[in-house]
Design a protein around this ligand. Sequence first.
Ligand code: AMP
Length: 209
Amino acid sequence: MGPPGSGKGTVAEDMRKAMSLHHASTGDMLRQAIAEGHSFSNEVRVYMERGELVPDRLILKLIQDMVDNAAEGSRYLFDGFPRTMVQATAFDQLLAARGSKVDKVFLLDLDRAVLSRRICGRRICRSCGAVYNIHSKKPKTDGVCDVCGGRDLYQRVDDNEDTLNNRLDVYEKQTAELIDFYEKKGVLVRVDAEDRQATREAILKHFQS
Ligand code: AMP
């Protein structure tokens, strides 16, 4: 868990590689469903562009399908899920039915001003998905992807100041309860997300313990 721009996706990818986990990002799943023209893509797009949460029933359908298809004994790292109490409690039931549970919840903590620079400066290569930042991680040649040479570095439609403020308000309102829920279960781990390397190391240490 963590606000938009806290580095959930990057950290989750690192953990996937280091710990042989599956990385399940509901944001990526939704963007993919839109790109593929899934039957619910029009409905989903409206929520995402406004920075609002997509209805629980749609998210839970995606998660249910994923859990149903998960191989026995596989381990998943969820990124951006659950985001509401309805999702968290339904997820617990779904996992319990498979004799499984949430082992740990990492909460990435970060200041709002830092988040704004990260999010509004983010640019993504349309060809290969490499991520840049106009403040802190520019490509070597302006507008050209270092990885694949692609010339279309775009800004996600929801990565602007207005949508970000809305996403942060939504995040703070919705997750307060979730933080409490996982804290009471004794599985919540707070991690300072200012420095990405330190964040990765802190999380890795918890996994290894
Ligand atoms: P993310 O890539 O995690 O920042 O998610 C981008 C957008 O996808 C969010 O602002 C929501 O509109 C939607 N979204 C992703 N995950 C969820 C979720 N678990 N519940 C509801 N909406 C979600």
